[in-house]
Design a protein around this ligand. Structure first.
Ligand code: NDP
Length: 295
């Protein structure tokens, strides 16, 4: 019996809301979690018109929807819509997971914790006392900052194409970094040239959308050498241009598919109180992605 065939009760309804949303892998992931845990849920896609995110999700909730994920381009609007925000959603300034509790719309951001779990649990790289380089200062980078800081790395360097955006983002996290004993530093991508070889980072995370455009951020080769984990939040059947370059420089590489599965697992846990196992779902999703690519 699958989760949606539960004999006694109708399945609880969840969706991912975006525009476009047809490409979303979330239904695959949540169906696998439901099957694995026996939770009676059904999870679909809901495309909201670009100018009607709030109306669309309110209608979904009014029709009995239990919760939803939010993807591009609505994560900021979801933040505005929430009656209650978790601290990590507040810090991220964006929301990707919503649900109703005590009659109020709650919003969380599970992207950053998804990233951290993928790096620490799936890729066996503990971040405590490590140096982390974060490329980018957009929504994904904002969402990653607090969960990264909470891992107590010794230093986080942020480098972004637009230097002022990196500085603004760093400013937001000074207090949190101080309380966890994390040194923050950064600026434009050219700031990376100021780093000496003994300031190389252990983990380099591409949280920019450069790979989406097939472009390579100008990261000095010594920052991607032996012993470094190079992580690109973007994922696909083939390694991104950033990951290909990092591998040539000697780094170990990983794409963001694990982050996607881990952020979904956290959302599933929030909604259902059950933590699914992610490794088999990640393996199945990877296989599906590659099969589609070959086919
Ligand atoms: P945003 O549009 O919010 O931010 C884009 C960022 O990328 C900005 O910092 C921008 O710099 C920078 N950028 C864009 N083009 C280039 C380029 N050619 N060279 C260098 N930097 C560039 O996007 P998001 O933060 O939402 O997403 C970033 C990436 O993370 C995407 O690839 C997305 O797919 C991925 N992602 C993956 C997730 C997962 O679960 N695996 C979850 C969320 C995001 P500037 O400020 O100068 O414009």
């Amino acid at each position: 019996m699958t989760s949606t065939e539960s004999s006694s009760q109708p399945a609880d309804r969840y969706v991912v809301v975006g525009n476009p949303v047809a490409h979303s892998r979330s239904p695959f992931i949540h169906a696998a979690f439901a099957q694995q845990t026996g939770e009676a849920i059904e999870y679909g896609r809901l495309e909201a018109p670009l100018d009607a995110f709030a109306d669309t999700v309110r209608a979904f909730l009014a029709e009995g929807g239990h919760g939803f994920n939010v993807t591009v381009p609505f994560k900021l609007q979801a933040y505005d819509l929430a009656d209650r925000l978790t601290p990590r959603a507040e810090a991220a300034g964006a929301v990707n997971t919503m649900w109703i509790e005590d009659g109020l719309i709650h919003g969380d951001n599970t992207d950053g914790i998804g990233l951290v779990r993928d790096i620490q649990d799936n890729l066996d790289t503990l971040l405590e006392d490590k140096r982390v380089l974060l490329l980018g200062a957009g929504g994904a980078a904002m969402g990653a900052m607090l969960p990264l800081i909470e891992c107590r790395p010794s230093r986080i360097v942020v480098a972004n194409r637009t230097a002022s955006r990196a500085s603004d983002m760093l400013e937001e996290f000074v207090e949190a970094a101080d309380s966890f004993g994390v040194e923050l530093w950064g600026g434009g991508l050219d700031a990376l040239e100021q780093l000496s070889e003994d300031e190389a980072c252990d983990v380099v995370i591409n949280a920019s959308s450069s790979s989406l455009h097939g472009e390579l951020p100008p990261v000095p080769a010594f920052l991607l050498g032996d012993g470094v984990l190079a992580y690109d939040m973007m994922y696909g059947a083939e390694p991104t241009v950033f990951l290909r370059h990092a591998a040539q420089c000697g780094a170990r590489t990983a794409d963001g598919l694990g982050m996607l599965v881990e952020q979904a697992a956290e959302a599933f846990y929030i909604w259902r109180g059950v933590r699914p196992r992610t490794a088999p779902v990640l393996a199945d999703l990877r296989a599906a992605l590659q099969a589609e690519h070959k086919g």
